[in-house]
Design a protein around this ligand. Structure first.
Ligand code: MG
Length: 382
């Protein structure tokens, strides 16, 4: 069982829930990092007294440093700060829950230093799947998935042989617009898109859940984490979010992991693995649900989902390109610059826009990232 953790992205939804888990089980927090919420970061720092904190936004650095002057906590900023936290000697594990591509370099840096990583930042594996998994192998470090679906698979694999796994059944809530036709999606608003039926999450991932891009990203993440071929992953819409995912073995036995939709369960499993202790969450009552439903996703309406799957089938830089295009498109949607359906149009168009190229280094990832973002900005400004 781990005793110390560094948390990157501590003021977000996963970060705050991770701190609840740490508090409950007496896990010492050695470092905290946040994007820009200095009020909350200051509160967390005073409560958990880590030795270092990092604020990603450089312009907030002086104020945070001043506010924490009486604590003796070392204050850092920017990507350098995130990477300094990722390699701290005194941390048993690095929990990475930052939003977006920004999470990739700290993940690589932590692994390079021989750290195990509890990973909630799915873009790390989507954009840099090949280099991340190769580095993990080379350094002998483990990635503990925090995404609920991947945690479910990780749990279903316990006591079984990975090489006898024949399929993963990746469940999807379907988001707030399940059942909508493409025409009905034309007029959905930001407020509607930000209302998720089951999960309470940050804005980026909530929009990704509404477009089903989130499931596309998880499809890619699953391929890398569990070394699966795309044809071994089946997406099933399961509106109640009780079955967090399932696996099928060679004998066609299917094992699923269930629980209330609460991220504290996968967070805690990643931090306490292989131990299971009481979690600060509710218990699952199957009879309260009564009925669980399973349906096929609508790949024609939810273009982000089909684009992400096509991207991983093609391989190379395509997963990174669709991910970065999506990040830009979601940012534009949240700033009222484009309509909801344009996110899917933009993400799909990336597949036609760029020729195949390989990803062999972090530099290749940043090259693909920049290309996709510049392209999306040029499309939006037209
Ligand atoms: Mg998930």
């Amino acid at each position: 069982m781990i005793k110390t953790v560094s948390i990157l992205g501590s003021t977000g939804s996963i970060g705050t829930q991770s701190l609840e888990v740490c508090e409950k089980h007496g896990i010492k927090v050695t470092a905290l990092a946040a994007h820009s919420s200095i009020d909350m970061l200051e509160q967390q720092a005073r409560k958990f007294m880590p030795s270092k904190v990092c604020i990603y936004r450089d312009d907030k650095y002086s104020e945070l440093k001043e506010r924490l002057a009486d604590t003796g906590i070392k204050v850092l900023s920017g990507m350098d700060g995130l990477c300094e936290i990722a390699v701290m000697e005194e941390s048993d594990i690095v929990l990475n829950s930052v939003v977006g591509m920004v999470g990739l370099l700290p993940t690589l840096t932590a692994m390079e230093a021989g750290k195990n990583v509890a990973l909630a930042n799915k873009e790390t594996l989507v954009a840099g799947g090949k280099i991340v998994t190769e580095l993990a192998k080379k350094k002998g470090v483990t990635i503990y998935p925090i995404d609920s679906e991947h945690s479910a698979v990780f749990q279903c694999l316990q006591g079984n042989k990975r090489e006898q796994l024949s399929k993963m059944i990746l469940t999807a809530s379907g988001g707030p617009f399940f059942g909508y036709t493409y025409d009905q999606l034309r007029n959905v608003t930001k407020e509607q898109a930000l209302k998720h039926p089951n999960w309470d999450m940050g804005n980026k991932i909530t929009i990704d859940s509404a477009t089903l891009m989130n499931k596309g990203l998880e499809f890619i993440e699953a391929k890398w984490l569990f070394n699966l071929r795309p044809d071994q992953i089946e997406i099933v819409v399961h509106r109640q979010s009780v079955v967090h995912s399932a696996v099928e073995y060679n004998d066609y036995s299917v094992i699923a992991q269930m629980g209330v939709p609460d991220m504290k369960i996968p967070i805690q499993y990643a931090l306490l693995y292989p131990d299971r202790m009481e979690c600060p969450t509710g218990r699952l009552s199957l009879t309260d649900y009564g009925k669980l439903t399973f349906e096929k996703p609508d790949y024609d309406t939810f273009k982000c989902l089909s684009a992400a799957i096509e991207a991983i089938k093609r391989g190379g830089a395509y997963p990174c390109l669709v991910n970065s295009a999506n990040e830009e498109a979601v940012r534009a949607f949240l700033h009222d610059e484009i309509k909801f359906i344009q996110i899917g149009e933009i993400v799909s168009s990336v597949l036609d826009k760029f020729e195949y190229f390989d990803i062999n280094s972090y530099e290749d990832v940043t090259k693909a990232d920049t290309m996709a973002r510049e392209y999306v900005r040029s499309v939006i400004s037209k």
